[in-house]
Every structure is written in C-alpha cells, then in structure tokens.
Design a protein around this ligand. Structure first.
Ligand SMILES: [Zn+2]
Length: 54
C-alpha cells in the first residue's frame, strides 16, 4: 500500500499544469522552478502542480 502511494506521489509530482491553458506537462520540478519549461500550447511559463487537494 505504502509503495503504491509513493509511486503515485512521484508520478504526480512530475506533472504540471499550465496556468493559462491547463495543458498537462510532464517534467521535473527543478525545471519548472528554473522556468526552463514552456507550455507547448501557449508558450506560457507558469505552471502549477497537478495536485490541488489538501
Ligand atoms: Zn499553456
């Protein structure tokens, strides 16, 4: 069980959503923080993590 949660966690941590067009981008958090990632739809550089539940 714990292993499954870990895997899911890792998976979701690497997926980000464009704040403008809500496209999903799979990348590393470090690349997002360094703004090296561009949305392929709108070229926007603002992303948020997939998980929004608290
Ligand atoms: Zn976008």
């Amino acid at each position: 069980m714990a292993r499954f949660e870990e895997t899911a966690d890792r998976k979701f941590r690497r997926i980000f959503i464009c704040k403008k067009c809500k496209a999903k981008i799979r990348t590393d958090i470090s690349r997002v923080l360094q703004r090296k990632v561009k949305c392929r739809n709108c070229q926007c550089k603002d992303f948020r993590p997939v998980r929004t539940k608290k």
